[in-house]
Design a protein around this ligand. Structure first.
Ligand code: ASN
Ligand code: ZN
Length: 332
């Protein structure tokens, strides 16, 4: 017989988790029919097609380490599940396109591949295993980042170049942080860091810092006239910084054991509105106002429109949103 199941996964980054699976005949599959049929496939070092759908005899998946190929499948399936649940429960959006249809994930892409990516062509996410000391790219924040590229493509469709490209990347980092905080998994508590679990630099540092993006040595903290000319993973910096400041405010702070200290470009303090409010505003701006060519000034307008709709024009929340933009040198 066939049915919707709840499997047990021994993940690499999130401890023991419950994952959506299904049963067909005598075996189980990583096919989450309760979330649009989101599936996870094993590319087994291949780099095209779908490889094979993960299957299992007892619905207990992975062993928590890379010695079992199913472990990466568990993390990918779990990250997609959390991201699905976050968009549905927090923003009322069911599925990447809002149509209830799941995407799919592919793990063990190629050899020594130190990246992950979303593709609109396959409507799927793909994860490498890392190389040397770097680890599989299947952490919660990376999964949420990549899946959010699908949401952006289905909504504002921000062009992946220039300032709009930086806003596209920032949207993925913003919801990566939001999903991680919302998931509240004790093995991977929420933070304003991107990729802190995967050792991508080989020295234990994260890929990006939202409180002070320039800590990575390349990202910008504030808008300047040349911002549209740099790589989108660095021009995302000011918008990531906006999200941190709007959420938490400026100054020093410790959250879930991580220390932050967020400077402002105008030297004026910013009062935070809370990350749930900041995420609601960004989501509404993304889906209700931003377009493919939206730049930083346009993103400010879009978030102020959203803040006005949600909290009232001239409310404290509205004014604090404007102050966070001024703190990254956008608007006055
Ligand atoms: N991981 C990267 C990203 O999602 C991959 C890329 O640059 N295409 O932005
Ligand atoms: Zn990205």
């Amino acid at each position: 017989f066939q049915g919707v199941k709840q499997g047990t996964g021994n993940s690499q980054y999130s401890g023991r988790v419950t994952i959506g699976t299904s049963q067909s005949g005598g075996s189980y599959q990583l096919n989450d029919t309760s979330r649009g049929g989101h599936k996870t496939y094993n590319l087994n070092r291949g780099s095209s097609g779908t490889g094979t759908l993960f299957t299992d005899a007892d619905d207990v998946w992975g062993n928590g380490t890379t010695s079992d190929p199913a472990t990466a499948g568990v993390d990918a399936q779990y990250g997609a599940q959390l991201t699905w649940d976050y968009y549905k429960n927090v923003h009322g959006r069911t599925g990447i396109r809002g149509d209830g249809v799941g995407a799919y994930s592919r793990v063990h892409y190629g050899s020594n591949y130190v990246n992950a990516f979303w593709s609109d062509d396959c409507f799927c996410m793909t994860y490498g295993d890392g190389s040397g000391n770097s680890k599989p790219l299947t952490s919660i924040d990376v999964a949420a980042h990549e899946m959010t590229h699908g949401v952006t493509a289905a909504t504002a469709n921000l062009n992946y170049a220039g300032e709009s490209g930086g806003l596209n990347e920032a949207t993925s980092d913003i919801f990566a942080a939001a999903v991680e905080f919302w998931a509240d998994n004790p093995s991977d508590p929420g933070d304003y860091l991107v990729g802190e679990k995967i050792n991508i630099n080989g020295n234990g540092t994260p890929l990006r810092y939202m409180d002070k993006p320039s800590k990575d040595g390349r990202s910008k903290d504030a808008w300047y006239s040349g911002l549209g000319g740099i790589d989108v993973h660095y021009s995302s910096g000011p918008a990531n910084h906006w999200f941190y400041l709007a959420s938490e405010g400026s100054g020093a702070k410790v959250i879930n054991g991580v220390s932050y200290d967020s400077p402002t470009s105008d030297g004026l303090p910013v009062t935070g509105i809370g990350r749930d409010n900041a995420a609601k505003i960004w989501f509404k701006a993304l889906t209700g106002r931003m377009q493919s060519t939206t730049d930083y000034a346009g993103a400010r307008d879009a978030t102020l429109w959203a803040a006005g709709e949600l909290f009232g024009v001239g409310s404290d929340t509205y004014n604090n949103v404007a102050n966070a933009w001024a703190a990254i040198n956008v608007g006055s």
